[in-house]
Design a protein around this ligand. Structure first.
Ligand code: TXA
Ligand code: MG
Length: 314
């Protein structure tokens, strides 16, 4: 069992010793270690049973520290950082030597993000190294949005979980790469594409390449619970599965079923995103044999929710 608490000093000491600490962010909980310490970073891959071809995001307290780890901002990247950091946005920048190859899986770029959570920002400010942190779940499983989610799955491999409450955004950061200065979204996430385009103009979107993915979070099956998920028209699906014990994951409509989560009764996509992973976990633990789900509206954060849902069902 991990200890759960709000003690920044304790988190700091463990991290300075090269140990792992689960940290809160506005998107999901991260499993953090000193990004400059290859041995500490190895601990992350082991704890998550994550393949080493899947690179980690490096977390910094503010924009000013980026130049220590990356060879500088392209002008589009700087504009995005100024507009949206701290926030759910990861920028892929050309890495400096100081970042171990293990962190980037040998890629020439490093993913950098400044998370928007007061506890974690304070922790990052006090440390003289950045934190490598993937989502704090076993590889391929649903991301954690509360300290208890982390405890349930990684409690025996992480000594301390810094308790920052439930995550306010609820889905991971949007990842943007730059090719000759032009932005490409590699993962949809907590910052919607429309907001990005208002600052740097049209971007490319490359989130669905399932073979040889540029960003392995794009793997076709990911965020997957143990139970089978079917997505479609819920009325029809419920009808087709009358003989089974089903769990329902709906966007806004109440289907009056005993095992059911409505993500947002008012159809608010931000609320739906905040509730999404916890709902998936809850239904996965329920006595149902199968989870029946429907897509949410495919605009704004809905794109990122639908992406997670599609991969969870894959
Ligand atoms: O919101 C988030 O981004 C959370 C919190 C903890 O910050 N972190 C997160 O990390 O979602 P993770 O490891 O679960 O997902 C990171 C994704 C992976 O799909 C990885 O392949 C991609 O980012 N990534 C990281 N560095 C990359 C790089 N240099 N090039 C391409 N993809 C990269
Ligand atoms: Mg993840």
């Amino acid at each position: 069992m991990a200890e759960i608490g709000k003690d920044i000093n304790k988190a700091k000491q463990l991290l300075q010793q090269g140990q792992l600490v689960a940290i809160p962010t506005e998107t999901v909980y991260g499993l953090a270690a000193n990004a400059l310490d290859e041995k500490a970073v190895t601990g992350i891959f082991k704890a998550k049973r994550r393949p080493e071809f899947d690179p980690l995001i490096v977390h910094v307290p503010d924009l000013n520290r980026v130049s220590l780890y990356a060879k500088g901002f392209t002008s589009a990247a700087r504009k995005l950082a100024e507009a949206f950091w701290p926030g759910p946005l990861t920028l892929l920048l050309e890495k400096k030597h100081i970042i171990p190859d293990l962190v980037t899986s040998g890629l020439p770029t490093v993913g950098i993000r400044c998370p928007n959570h007061p506890l974690t920002r304070e922790l990052l400010k006090q440390l003289d190294f950045p934190l490598a942190a993937p989502s704090a779940n076993p590889f391929g499983y649903v991301s954690p949005t509360t300290p208890q989610h982390v405890q349930d799955q990684l409690g025996d491999v992480v000594p301390y979980i810094l308790d920052g409450g439930a995550c306010k955004v609820g889905i991971e950061s949007t990842i943007v790469a730059f090719d000759n200065g032009v932005g490409t979204v590699l993962r949809t996430g907590g910052l919607d594409i429309e907001a990005i385009e208002r600052v740097i103009g049209k971007v490319n979107i490359q989130v669905n390449t399932s073979s040889n993915p540029r960003s392995p979070g794009q793997l076709k099956s990911h965020y997957a619970p143990g139970k089978k998920i079917m997505i479609g028209n819920l009325e029809e699906l419920i009808d087709e599965h009358r003989d089974k014990r089903v769990a329902i994951l709906s966007f806004k409509k109440d289907y009056n079923m005993p095992l059911q989560v409505v993500l947002s009764p008012t159809g608010d996509l931000e609320e739906a995103a905040r509730n999404f992973f916890a709902a998936l976990r809850m239904l996965d633990k329920s006595p149902a044999e199968i989870i029946l789900a429907e897509y949410v509206d495919d605009s704004g954060l809905g794109k990122a929710i639908n992406d997670r849902l599609r991969r969870a069902a894959s």
